[in-house]
Design a protein around this ligand. Sequence first.
Ligand code: H2U
Length: 351
Amino acid sequence: MAKFEPTEHQHTRFNPLTGQWILVSPHRMMRPWSGQEEQPQRIDLAEFDPKNPLCPGVTRANGVKNPVYTSTFVFTNDFPALLEDVPLPPKSDDPLFQISGARGTCKVMCFHPKSNKTLPLMSPKEIRSVIDAWIKEYKTLGAKYCWVQIFENKGSSMGCSNPHPHCQIWACSFLPNEPRVKDERLREYYQNHGTALLDDYAKKEMMKNERIVIENPDWLVVVPFWASWPFETMIISRNGNRRISDLSQQQINNLSIVIKELTTKYDNLFQCSFPYSMGWHGAPTGDLSAQADEHWTLHATYYPPLLRSATVRKFMVGFELLCQAQRDLTAEQAADKLRQLCGKKHYSEHI
Ligand code: H2U
């Protein structure tokens, strides 16, 4: 039988952060596509839309007028999934009908006053203001809540309801599933190895040099070995930071450059405003900040849905929903494509 070639032969890979396996089927890259096609996100938006409730000076759905902000702007979501003061459900000791209280708050953060300034089109200085605002919110909300999730849904194909550049921050009184499982797995690795899983992983990726997209002294961007979305990436702290609130000025500066470069590469890949969901994970906060946290390493994950063009996306359905995630392109092939793309100049500058 022929020798195993990861770019030709199907195999499964393990995600140590979730405990789940994914199926890699590179031989499927050639299959024809006659399914749904996405509408690429428009990049020719006006700077200001008087009807857009996220724009400066516009009145939102709840009748409150936004200030004429000139940098970032944060407000409490007018339609929050989590409220601060709600009655708690009665206790249930039936294992089949478990129920628990949930409290929290949801915020919206506009990145920039101009609707047409997505992150790749912003300057590193403007991106720094976004990171500073993330840290400020994280500190305030993290004093009260055990999990603060900063996330950006970009593009309508990722459920984003408004094209103005923004992210959301949800703070909750409970550890949600993804961070809870991650916390358990990182802790178990630390107990077995005496080192943090993602610190070890970043060092090994640096040595292997097969999946690196961008690197600088503070940050490593890789397509993780276990990536399930076609062009999924992780930004991993190389200096053992556990939370976004730990970052030094230099780390913030270098992060702003990394975010600009990565999102520029993403846009340049299919010459569109590249959709994704991204978010930050670090050690829990609030009551849980008293627990040991040396098993955590600060990181962000980007989950972009596009597969082979601005209009053809990956669907996580069928086998993925019923069995396990599956991908065609290998993580190494995706990293190679992203690495070779220009991260300094946005494609729209050539138009
Ligand atoms: P998304 O694009 O990721 O859906 O985020 C936009 C958020 O902005 C959304 O959660 C909120 C929506 O509830 N929003 C307001 O709070 N007030 C408004 O007037 C419009 C949108």
